[in-house]
Write a protein that binds this ligand. Structure first.
Ligand SMILES: Cc1ncc(COP(=O)(O)O)c(C=O)c1O
Length: 376
């Protein structure tokens, strides 16, 4: 049975990694060693000041913490996203406000416009399934309304549009290296700060609320507490693992691109089976492929079909606006959640880490098409 995810760490050179680990000077997070890993990251994402952190969640938390949000402030984000997008907001004392997504499952600007108030401080846009979106449109909207543009690209490491890596227009862009992601170090993340106004405070938050950065540059004799902060730094052990994972970036990308082509060829002439699917017009990194079925019954049938042929497909989020926490705390949301609600029962994801999976789905679907069509 093919699982839904397979860690890229299964394929790294563990012998080389272990000797590298034995030779490390430190096992805690250390900026000199981080820089050697960031040199490799910079080949892929050549912009912004970067912080290697211990999760994608930590990257979002750091970004939000640096904004000095206070109770009453609001952050607009898609309801159809991962829980930690909301918990990172809640930790700052601000309130999440849940918006609708478009047919690419990307935050819908019309919904944001509707939800925006004079309390709104941040717009959080998520690259669902690693897909790119029109970053200029969100940049313009945020500039026009004096809002911070935070991009949650947890799933989008490696996504390029016209040969440019995504994430350069946002004030902050956050990536995850969780083991389910294309590039992994077990647990890890990356915060890219594009807006230099927030660089100093991010350095302080990263250094547990101290001015240790200035100390390391010899600007102060001792470092001490100067603001709020946290323990966000990635350990050198994880950073070394990340370096080895990054070495496989090119080959992994090719496999995922091939999977996407096979899936889109297979499903493009079967449009009556589903409502809509992942669009080719928005480049992505092949994190996974998805189909949106019109009814729960059709999604269930498709999941059983995949299971029968040895492929694990997967549903995704319970929309945050309908979560027990949101209900209990009366969190605000857009009344019109048509696509989000559909996704809660109609969305099915397919794996891309091995193109043989896409070939299997496609070949069997062609052969047993009539039978499958009837079961929908
Ligand atoms: C959209 C999104 N945001 C944030 C995260 C959190 O990343 P991490 O698990 O590295 O904390 C994830 C992880 O799945 C995610 O998919």
């Amino acid at each position: 049975m093919y699982g839904f995810n397979r860690s890229i760490l299964k394929s790294i050179n563990w012998n080389e990694l272990s000797s590298e680990l034995m030779n490390l000077d430190n096992y805690n997070g250390h900026l000199d060693y981080h820089q050697t890993v960031l040199d490799d990251v910079n080949q892929i994402i050549p912009f912004g000041k970067k912080f290697l952190v211990n999760s994608g969640t930590a990257a979002i938390e750091m970004a939000l913490m640096s904004l000095n949000l206070k109770p009453g402030d609001e952050v607009i984000l898609p309801s159809y996203t991962f829980a930690s997008c909301a918990t990172a907001i809640l930790r700052t004392g601000a309130s999440p406000v849940f918006a609708e997504v478009d047919q690419n499952l990307i935050l819908d600007l019309k919904s944001v416009e509707k939800l925006k108030t004079n309390k709104t401080r941040v717009v959080m846009v998520v690259n669902y399934a690693g897909a790119s979106f029109n970053e200029d449109a969100y940049r313009e909207f945020c500039d026009l309304n004096s809002l911070i543009f935070l991009q949650d690209a947890a799933q989008a490491f490696g996504t390029e549009e016209s040969y440019n890596h995504i994430g350069s227009k946002a004030d902050f862009c956050c990536f995850s290296f969780h083991d389910t992601k294309n590039i992994s170090c077990g647990e890890g993340g990356l915060l890219v700060v594009n807006n230099s106004d927030y660089l100093k405070i991010c350095e302080t938050v990263f250094e547990k609320g101290t001015n240790r950065y200035d100390y390391s540059l010899g600007k102060v004799n001792k470092y001490s507490l100067v603001s709020q902060g946290g323990s966000f730094i990635m350990s050198n052990i994880n950073a070394a693992v990340l370096k080895h994972s990054l070495a496989l970036f090119g080959s992994d990308k090719m496999t995922r691109e091939k999977s996407l082509l096979i899936y889109s060829d297979c499903f493009e002439n079967k449009t009556h089976l589903y409502a809509f699917a992942m669009q080719n017009d928005r480049p992505n990194n092949g994190h996974f492929y998805w189909l949106m079925f019109k009814e729960k019954k059709a999604a269930d049938s498709f999941i059983s079909f995949c299971k029968d042929i040895g492929v694990t497909s997967s549903r995704h989020y319970v929309p945050l606006h309908s979560s027990p926490f949101a209900k209990k705390n009366n969190l605000k949301f857009d009344e019109n959640m048509g696509i989000t609600d559909l996704a809660s029962f109609g969305l099915v994801r397919l794996p891309c880490y091995d193109f043989n999976i896409a070939l299997r789905v496609s070949e069997v679907l062609e052969k047993r098409y009539n039978e499958i069509e009837k079961s929908f």
